[in-house]
Design a binder for this molecule. Structure first.
Ligand code: IMP
Ligand code: MG
Length: 186
């Protein structure tokens, strides 16, 4: 395990997915998407801001097909737990009608975000719609969600790094780490 004194944030407990393991998995996902969309001329990667940015920008360079990217910003109305109410803060710009869309998020927790956005996008009549997430916490699901392209399943930890944040901190870490709030100094 890495020396904890070397972590740039006090609240980090330990690395649960290394930079090398992320790279390997993202490359494999990119290869699968390249294969699955080899006949698609209109492939749109639609990321949810801000958590999916690091994952999406790495993944897109592993997809050897023409692609377009766009983003939406959504937030769940809650203090600590998801309530199921998902608010659209900023919508995508592309008219997705007729596009093959892959909706990309950093992590699936309760499942409300992916489920709600997916339903909304289906009304806009894309040619196809699939979902992709770097991480999934299956023990936390409150609704059924299908993740077509998944990086890793993890236990019920709160994690940061590779785009994911704790209170806007930790997005720049190149690995996924679990947090321990007792370690946080003010
Ligand atoms: P859901 O709607 O409950 O599935 O929530 C998904 C969203 O919650 C993700 O897009 C993240 O922004 C956030 N989230 C859930 N778990 C974590 C975590 O462990 N670390 C950082 N963000 C998380
Ligand atoms: Mg998010």
């Amino acid at each position: 395990m890495e020396n904890q004194n070397h972590f740039p944030y006090d609240f980090i407990d330990r690395v649960i997915i290394s930079q090398a393991d992320i790279e390997t998995r993202v490359t494999a996902l990119g290869e699968r998407i390249t294969h699955d969309y080899q006949d698609s001329e209109k492939l749109l990667l639609l990321g949810l801001l801000r958590g999916s940015v690091v994952f999406l920008t790495d993944l897109m360079r592993k997809i050897h097909r023409p692609i377009t990217m766009d983003f939406m910003s959504v937030s769940s109305y809650s203090k600590s737990e998801s309530t199921g109410f998902v608010r659209i803060d900023s919508d995508h710009k592309t008219n997705i009608r007729g596009w093959d869309v892959i909706l990309i998020d950093d992590i699936v927790d309760s499942g409300y975000t992916i489920r709600t956005v997916r339903k909304l996008l289906l009304d806009r009549e894309p040619k196809s719609l699939k979902t992709c997430a770097l991480l999934d916490k299956p023990d936390r699901h409150k609704v059924d969600v299908k993740i077509d392209y998944l990086g890793f399943s993890i236990p019920d930890y709160f994690v940061v790094g590779y785009g994911l944040d704790y209170d806007e901190k930790g997005r720049n870490l190149p690995y996924i780490a679990s947090i321990d709030l007792k370690k946080q100094k003010e």
